[in-house]
Design a protein around this ligand. Structure first.
Ligand code: HEC
Length: 103
């Protein structure tokens, strides 16, 4: 009986941990859900993730400008990628995810 009890405690602790981890915005998950459709294909002129040439002039504008443009929109870039249910933090995490791919 005792080993089972210990295993249950361990499983409970693991679950509590994964719930806590999810509370932090997951840039990759947000990207896959809300940004990839344009930023993987270059649709409408979107800078493609991982394309250094496309991202360098944008990164030069500063990360705050990129956050601002992603949250409020910029030309053909819709506010929050068109997914208004995302929090600002989630959108920023997705920007970080794309910027980190070319740095
Ligand atoms: C409907 C297509 C579309 C979706 C979805 C989309 N984008 Fe964009 N995004 C664009 C286009 C087009 C541009 C280029 C705009 C321009 O430079 O005129 C752009 C540009 C950007 C830029 C650069 C802005 C700048 O100042 O140069 C960032 C950062 C960005 N998108 C982040 C995101 C994030 C984060 C998401 C997901 C939450 C997302 N985008 C979803 C189309 C999209």
């Amino acid at each position: 009986m005792k080993p089972l009890f210990t295993a249950l405690i361990a499983a409970g602790a693991a679950m509590a941990f994964s719930v806590a981890a999810q509370a932090e915005a997951d840039g990759e998950a947000v990207y896959n859900q809300a940004c990839m459709a344009c930023h993987m294909t270059g649709a409408a002129g979107a800078p493609i993730k991982g394309n250094k040439e496309a991202w360098e002039p944008r990164i030069e504008k500063g990360i705050d400008t990129l956050y601002e443009h992603s949250i409020n929109g910029f030309n053909a870039m819709p506010p929050k990628g068109g997914n208004m249910s995302l929090s600002d933090e989630e959108v920023q995490a997705a920007v970080d995810f794309m910027v980190e791919a070319v740095e």
